[in-house]
Ligand binder design. Sequence first.
Ligand SMILES: [Zn+2]
Ligand SMILES: [Zn+2]
Length: 165
Amino acid sequence: MPTTLKGSCRCGAVRFTVASHTPVPYQLCYCSICRKQQGGGGFAINLAADARTLEVSGENRLGLYRAAIEDDEHETCEVSTGERRFCTACGSALWLYDPTWPELVHPFASAIDSELPKAPSRVHLMLKYKASWVEPDIRGNDAAFDLYPEESIEGWHRKRGLWVE
Ligand SMILES: [Zn+2]
Ligand SMILES: [Zn+2]
């Protein structure tokens, strides 16, 4: 049975549950969207879960943000296909859903109320975009990437025997 993640915003107007095979909070994203929207310490931790199982109460309080992403090489700006959801009452960032990968939804670990397993090692990504004052806490078995790692969230869990059937 996959793990049921229960989440909510700070004020409780929005609550959700979603099933996850990959509940380890190991992926720290330093991109400007994650750290501005959620990551007060310079990064946000993104989980992955099964989008079909997402159940939401308080849906009418959900805000939608589609970030504009600048392309350094081409000096253009595109609006992300990613749908970032947050509570319009208290501002808590809740999850990211991208219709390009419709089977997945990415809750922020910060929005989850149920117990999460501790990560045996972490992946630091999008370090190219980190704020200059942030000194990433990269420990022994951690991996660090300027952009995205090649290993998927599923792959990372399976390789370490942490995939929840
Ligand atoms: Zn709220
Ligand atoms: Zn990010």
